[in-house]
Structure formats: C-alpha cells, structure tokens
Design a protein around this ligand. Structure first.
Ligand code: PRP
Ligand code: MN
Ligand code: MG
Length: 179
C-alpha cells in the first residue's frame, strides 16, 4: 500500500468485477449498435481503458478534457474546456465516461454541451457516485459504486495531479490533505 494511503475503499478485485458487470450491461443495452465512448480526461482514462475491454459491440472512443477542481479538493463550479472532441457526434450513440460524479457541475455542463451537438442518444457512465455532495440533478445511467463523502484518489482520480496511478480507490492520510 502507498505510504500516503489511510485506507483502501475499493480494491483491485472489487473494481475489476464491477467494471466487467458494467461492460456486460452496456454490451447488452447496445446490441447491434455502435457506440462512441467519450472519456473525460484526465480522471476517466483508467476506467475507460478497462471498461472498453469488457464491451463487445463496435466501440469508438474520443476524449474531452475539462477541469473544475484546479489543485484543491473542492469544485470551483466553473468548468473549462481544455480539449474538445476530435469529431462530430451528430447521430451517434454517445456514452460519457466519468470517474466520479460529485457536485454534478462538470457533468451538467458536459450533458448540455453534448446534447446541443445532436447525438442519436446520450447516456452517462461513471465509476463512482458521491450523491451526498450533489448540487445539481444529473441522471446517471451506469454507476459503478456509490461512495460516502470522502475525498478519494487512485484508479485515475488525483489529488494535486498525484496518485492517479494507484490501482485501487483510496482515502489519503489527513496530513496529506493539509496544505
Ligand atoms: C473531477 C472528476 C470529475 C469531476 C467531478 O475532475 O474527474 O470530472 O471532477 O466533480 P463534480 O461533479 O463536482 O463536477 P477534475 O476537474 O478534478 O479534473 P481531472 O479529471 O483532470 O482530475
Ligand atoms: Mn475529471
Ligand atoms: Mg481532478
């Protein structure tokens, strides 16, 4: 275990099993269709990489990079596009892939933004949901785990851009979060 980690919330085996289930569910729901998975950088990259390997319908991917958190643990609410999609999503079956939905502000922005581009359908898939922190209502179609209100890192999620490479989801020791 990484020396900065206080406790592991979800270990590798738990994540792997749930990601497999989500992939199977998506494969079933989109049978005979092709899908465009839109990963939201940087947090969603590990989840997306594992998820698509469990999907057996024709799968494309594209990425958008947005940022609302900056360096801290609290969302600023102001979403900035750092990298836009490469191609049009008009007429496509799009699934937005996120690592975590917290206040919902990032996702609310993304859904509005993508809906205006005329996809055939638009769904949301997130590995983690923190419902107690929600500020705006967002409809999640595929959710890996609902978690309590603790700041988590690993499996793509960062604190100050660190810890994304941890293979599990963990809470850091309190002294690490202090500035
Ligand atoms: C995090 C996370 C989600 C978003 C969720 O991204 O990956 O995208 O915040 O928070 P919200 O529901 O309160 O809007 P962040 O802005 O930290 O960028 P990152 O993915 O590059 O870490
Ligand atoms: Mn993110
Ligand atoms: Mg972040």
């Amino acid at each position: 275990m990484h020396p900065h980690v206080e406790k592991i919330l979800l270990d590798e085996a738990q994540i792997k099993e749930r990601v497999l289930q989500l992939g199977q569910q998506i494969s079933q729901d989109y049978k005979g269709e092709s899908i465009l998975m839109v990963g939201i950088l940087k947090g969603a990259m590990i989840f997306l990489a594992d998820l698509v390997r469990n999907i057996d319908v024709t799968t494309y991917f594209d990425f958008m990079a947005v940022s609302s958190y900056g360096a801290g643990t609290v969302s600023s609410g102001a979403v900035r596009i750092l990298k836009d999609l490469d191609k049009s999503i008009e007429g496509r079956h799009v699934i937005i892939v996120e690592d975590i939905v917290d206040t919902g502000l990032t996702l609310q922005y993304l859904v509005e933004n993508m809906k205006s581009r005329g996809p055939a359908s638009l769904k949301i898939c997130t590995l983690l949901d923190k419902p107690s922190r929600r500020k705006v209502d967002v409809q999640i179609d595929y959710n890996g785990f609902s978690i309590p209100d603790e700041f988590v890192v690993g499996y793509g999620l960062d604190y100050g851009e660190k810890y994304r490479n941890l293979p599990y989801i963990a809470v850091l020791k309190p002294e690490i979060y202090q500035v």
